[in-house]
Design a binder for this molecule. Structure first.
Ligand code: G6P
Length: 468
């Protein structure tokens, strides 16, 4: 088996199986984020192929060595749908939905995390670097360190880390903290997430923390320094600019407007169909604006792309029913033969079509109730090479820390959200340009390569500094 100097461990492999059994790169933000690093480093990627009971030998794709992890149908149910997405996901997103604490799910989570750690331990070269990704794998850093103390281990948490009062609900809170502290660097999206984590470590484990440093006592009485710090993730800006510059994509944007009946204003929402995204709040505000006659269906259409997600988890099924009921009601009340209020698409689209949509949209609505970062906000900004369009952005999305030139909203405040939507629609081209230029500057100056470079530099730095 080849040994890799650099190994990524993530719940999913960076590829999906297509209809004829081949593999193509999967479209998710995480994959896009790490692709440039992988290409340069000749690394390995440990992950699940996305289907139960699939037993696959390691294989190479696009210069990356892929190490598939097999999950049984039961493990998918207990570890992925259960503990990852019905316990940790709702708990870490401020309990927007009620987390369920089930010992059976926890046991499967431990067993599967161990399997990922073992696979990484086997493929990593002596003294190599392993970068573990996200909440599905919080115990991997510790398990990996136990097996391979020679490795440098990083962990990046893509979703929020909750306030202590919420985190402390977790029956396995100490184990999760110990799991994460197996890493040399624990990266978060926002300064507040890193602060919440450090507080939980102080309160639960009584370890000393100082600024971003955490003193982790070792079995032999020595102390290892771990770093818990914010490294806000970003996107591959150049690839969005390149697509937005293509004449055929600009033509497609014009065609989309036409297909929608050339409304004066197009509003756009793009989300995984997830209860954290505030899709209902957005629709409520839009429906009321039609009802109040502050907006007219002939003038404004809301395009809502809601890509299918975690469809076997009950909370997601309920959410889908509620949203589809709401769309049906609003359209039933306000549509005319030629115009629709909400064009709802429960589908995923290729990146080319997304950029065309971004170019067609006058107002982008990102109204998440809680979101680690929200890369859609950054994708919209990166695509607006014409410096036009307005971004309405929830202050509860990590992106709000960087994108202060957007129109920030509290999505729970429906009145405020309505007023902000109208304000975005009425924004003069001059103001759009001023704001969009500032947003684009920020996104350009800190793209995904900066993110991974800064994280990996911090990782190299802390390992070089030795123990305290
Ligand atoms: C979020 C998580 C990722 C996850 C993605 C898609 O962005 O942070 O870890 O991969 O959602 O969710 P899924 O459950 O389909 O992997």
């Amino acid at each position: 088996m080849p040994q890799a100097e650099f190994v990524v461990v993530a719940n999913r492999l960076p590829v999906d199986r297509d209809a004829d059994g081949g593999w193509r790169r999967s479209p998710g933000g995480l994959v896009t984020a790490l692709e440039p690093v992988m290409r340069k480093s000749d690394g390995a990627w440990v992950g699940w192929a996305g289907k139960p009971d699939l037993e696959l030998e390691p294989f190479d794709a696009d210069g990356t060595h892929l190490v598939p992890i097999t999950l049984s149908a039961e493990e998918v149910e207990l570890y992925y749908e259960g503990f990852s997405n019905d316990t940790i996901w709702p708990l870490y997103h401020d309990v927007i939905a009620a987390p369920r604490y089930r010992r059976e799910w926890w046991n499967a989570y431990v067993a599967v995390n161990r399997r990922f750690a073992e696979a990484a331990a086997e493929v990593a070269a002596e003294g190599g670097t392993v970068w573990v990704q996200d909440y599905q794998l919080q115990l991997v850093p510790q398990f990996l360190r136990e097996k391979r103390p020679d490795l440098t281990i990083g962990y990046f948490h893509h979703i929020p880390f909750p306030a202590y009062g919420l985190f402390s609900q977790l029956p396995w809170r100490r184990q999760v903290l110990q799991g994460l502290l197996g890493a040399d660097v624990i990266g978060f999206q926002r300064v507040a997430d890193a602060g919440n984590f450090a507080r939980a470590v102080r309160r639960q484990l009584r370890y000393e923390t100082k600024s971003t440093g955490i003193k982790v006592p070792q079995g032999d009485g020595s102390v290892r320094m771990a770093l818990a710090k914010a490294f806000p993730i970003s996107i591959d800006v150049a690839s969005y600019v390149e697509l937005a510059e293509r004449p055929e994509i600009q033509a497609r944007a014009a065609e989309i407007r036409e297909e929608l009946g050339n409304p004066r204003h197009i509003l756009l929402g793009v989300d995984r169909l997830d209860y954290t995204k505030g899709i209902r709040h957005r629709m409520k505000a839009f429906g009321e604006l039609l009802q109040d006659e502050r907006l007219a269906v002939e003038d404004v259409t809301l395009v809502q792309v809601a890509s299918p997600s975690r469809e076997r988890v009950e909370t997601y099924q309920q959410l889908r029913d509620e949203i589809e009921l709401t769309v049906g009601r609003i359209n039933g009340d306000y549509d005319t033969m030629g115009h629709t209020a909400i064009r709802y698409l429960h589908q995923a689209f290729p990146k080319e079509e997304m950029v065309a949509l971004y170019l067609a949209a006058d107002v982008m609505l990102v109204t998440a109730l809680r979101d680690g970062m929200n890369l859609v906000a950054k994708e919209y900004v990166a695509s607006r090479i014409d410096n036009r369009g307005a971004l309405v952005l929830s202050e509860f999305a990590g992106a709000a820390d960087e994108l202060g030139s957007s129109l920030l909203v509290n999505p729970h405040d429906i009145q405020g959200l309505k007023d902000t939507i109208v304000r975005a629609i009425e924004m003069t081209p001059a103001e759009q340009g001023r704001r969009m230029r500032a947003l684009r500057r920020r996104v350009r100056e800190h793209d995904v390569e900066d993110w991974s470079r800064e994280f990996l530099a911090a990782l190299a730095g802390i390992r070089g500094s030795g123990t305290a």
